[in-house]
Design a protein around this ligand. Sequence first.
Ligand code: ME8
Length: 509
Amino acid sequence: MKPSFYITTPIFYVNGAPHIGHAYTSIAADVIARFKRLDGFDVLFLTGTDEHGQKVEAAARAAGLEPQEFTDRISSQFRQMADALEISYDDFIRTTEDRHKRACTALWRKLEAAGQIYLGHYDGFYAQRDEAFYDESDLTTGADGIKRAPSGAPVEWVREPSYFFKLSAFAEPLLALYEQNPDFIQPLGAKREVTSFVRSGLRDLSISRTSFSWGVPVPDAPDHVMYVWIDALTNYLTGAGYPGEAPRWPADIHLVGKEITRFHAVYWPAMLMAAGQPLPRRVFGHGWWTVEGEKMSKSLNNALAVEPLIAQFGLDALRFFLLREMPFGNDGDFSRKSLISRLNVELANDLGNLAQRTLSFIAKNAGGQVPAGGALSPADEAILAQATALPDQLRAAIDRLALHEALEDIWKLIRAGNGYIDHLAPWTLKKTDPARMLTVLAVLLDLLRTVAILLQPFMPGSMAKMLDQLGIPPDARDFAALGTPMITGAPLPPPAGVFPRYVEPDACA
Ligand code: ME8
């Protein structure tokens, strides 16, 4: 039986259109999911939309629509974006679905039965924009007299009856969890922040609202809807089939942006412990993108949509750029200039040329078929050894979620391949030693196959094209196929470039 692997993205709020930030998390999770599938895992990859709460209700009203109609509309935009990005999700969850309401109700009842929920009333400062409460000490008062949360969101004083979850009892168990599972929260900065937050003590969490109705009703308390974060976090259980017979829980990785690590690494495991459920294995909070040096925001109206970028540069150039440009876990800046430079230098030059040079040379000088190689020289053996070592290097990098390192490791081999072809010069061997020329070409083909197979998770469309050109049948493209001999004599289709150089339109004028 295949080992199983369950990965999730956050479910995105439907109060605004999808943008490059949402795309980033989705692409990163997609790369990991595709990598694990090619490596023989039975993968469950969940994404979706977070559709309840006061913020969404308010956005629907502002658009002049009923919340359900509004959420249907925006949720489908998120799904369209995921499809345009070729995100290979197995399930797209919407929190307005019945299966999810069933899961929320079941979890709530479990917590209630375990004595972890009580009715009280809440008064405090609430920021609707963040869907979160704040301590007065966290707030600042502007010149306009308005109190604001650290995120800049205005807060208001709220007083209402509310159910509470006994979060305060979980500080010690959570600290023990972080200590016994050093990888539970990553990267290290996020772990330190969360640990010190928990060390400073936890207060019980208000988990229901009576001031609006767009949410999952609390069982047997129809005036209350569940706090949107309780509802949202539960999506990961719903996606695993909870409360059915054999849910595919726990998740191996919750991939999220750094600003919501705390919800995933504190509230969520505490609730799961309280309900007697297994805990996710890892929460990874990645960094944030700015766009051309600016923070994306509604007020600046600069949220970058992905479709125009795909149309202009191609999907795989965008996927590649996002994962290559900044170390996974850090913050970074999205600029068209850097995207174009990576596309032209690394995709068109380094990789595209290596493939094109090799394949067109084979088409012209080796009968357009996989050449039969002879005895290997030390140079051949050295580069083939580098290729053979690559899959394990990538497994290690992907397991650490060092996606940028995985790409750098692949590029080291590509650069070595370009050095090899320049140094061994098959165009010269053609005149001096045609048998040796065939061996060099066979080595290059093998190298390109390794590169293309291992790059599939990052650039599925372009690598499918490249593997077609290398004559690799669809059933010989997973990682288990690496290292099997190429079929000598197999015909190769006429070569065609996979990554054309990008030239600015006005540069042609
Ligand atoms: O927080 N750079 O949803 P959300 C990188 N519904 N990633 C970014 C980004 C940026 N500039 N902007 C957004 C929510 N993201 C809740 C989650 S989960 C149970 C509930 C990504 O629509 C990043 O993954 O505000 C971030 O965590 C997420 O979008 C926030 O999406």
